[in-house]
Design a protein around this ligand. Structure first.
Ligand SMILES: C[S@@+](CC[C@H](N)C(=O)[O-])C[C@H]1O[C@@H](n2cnc3c(N)ncnc32)[C@H](O)[C@@H]1O
Length: 285
């Protein structure tokens, strides 16, 4: 079997050799990543280093820890946007979060429990926090939600926690969200403190074998988990591992939101059913 990348073909055996060599030479683990994604990433590094063949590039990787590090880092894609998946966020706003808030009132519970897994620079977590605040009409009070936002990258989490965004990042936001949930300082926009009180950013690796969910959440039991644009970068066995953890972290009837491109893989793995086609929003079976 061959894995196609933009600039050529690699056999799975060649990819496996590179993975093993980088692990042995530099202690970096490329194994969890999806084959096509890895092949494309190798291809991009070959172009950037002007090395035309895989054996020559593999040789460079073996002897140069800096190049191995650059390749490894390139596998961690951190791009994010506010309200990135408009269809899914619309379902959250009009169906799922109102239902959760209603259930809170009836049950006497004080908060909705939400986990943004692979939150990058925070836009996903802040988007859901904005919706909870708006729907609950908190009017200056803390939101009735506990949002745990986790990522493997402490560097990006620090940006997420600071909640400072340049105007280019604000495109998907409604004007009322910008006015109500950000303050402007010079040419940046900063998340307001009352929203910050409801969101905790923590380092957590979804592939970690010792944890199911971030220990800071104390117990899982999340009503909602957002894990979008994360699964697609991993090989099927890692996707299954992550989804099985999410399944165990969700409360009975809890909801999972992924990116639309990850819809089929969630359906193929099982444990969830889609609640409204074509959005990638699922309920735990
Ligand atoms: C493309 S961003 C997606 C951000 C956000 N979820 C969104 O959809 O806009 C992927 C994020 O997942 C994080 N990530 C990748 N693998 C992870 C893992 N094993 N554990 C935790 N976070 C991970 C990356 O660090 C990155 O910040």
């Amino acid at each position: 079997m061959k894995t196609k990348a933009a600039g050529g073909y690699w056999s799975n055996a060649q990819l496996a050799e590179v993975v093993e060599m980088v692990r042995k030479a530099h202690g970096l683990d490329l194994y969890p990543y999806d084959g096509n994604f890895l092949a494309n990433s190798l291809d991009r590094r070959m172009t950037a280093t002007s090395i035309p063949t895989l054996p020559a590039y593999a040789e460079l990787l073996g002897r140069d820890p800096a190049e191995a590090e650059v390749l490894f880092r390139s596998l961690n894609v951190v791009y994010s946007e506010f309200f990135r998946n408009s269809l899914a966020f619309s379902l959250l706003e009009h169906l799922i979060l109102p239902g959760f808030l209603d259930a809170l009132e009836k049950s006497g519970r004080s908060e909705i429990r939400i986990w943004s897994a692979g939150c990058a620079t925070g836009q996903e977590a802040w988007s859901v926090a904005i919706l909870v605040a708006e729907l609950a009409g908190t009017d200056g009070k803390p939101i009735p939600g506990r949002i745990i936002a986790s990522d493997v990258s402490a560097f990006d989490l620090a940006k997420a926690r600071a909640g400072i965004y340049r105007p280019e990042a604000m495109g998907n936001l409604r004007l009322k969200h910008v006015y109500n949930y950000f303050t402007r300082q010079g040419d940046v926009y900063i998340i307001v403190d009352r929203l910050k009180e409801g969101v905790e950013f923590v380092v957590h690796d979804l592939l970690d074998e010792c944890t199911i969910y971030p220990p800071e959440s104390i117990f899982g039991d999340f009503d909602l988990v957002l894990c979008s644009n994360v699964l697609m970068y991993y090989r099927p066995e890692m996707q299954r591992l992550i989804l099985s953890k999410i399944l165990r972290s969700l409360t009975e009837g809890g909801i999972l939101l992924t990116d639309g491109t990850e819809r089929q893989l969630v359906e193929s793995i099982g444990g969830f059913h889609r609640i409204a086609a074509p959005a990638a929003v699922f309920r735990k079976n």
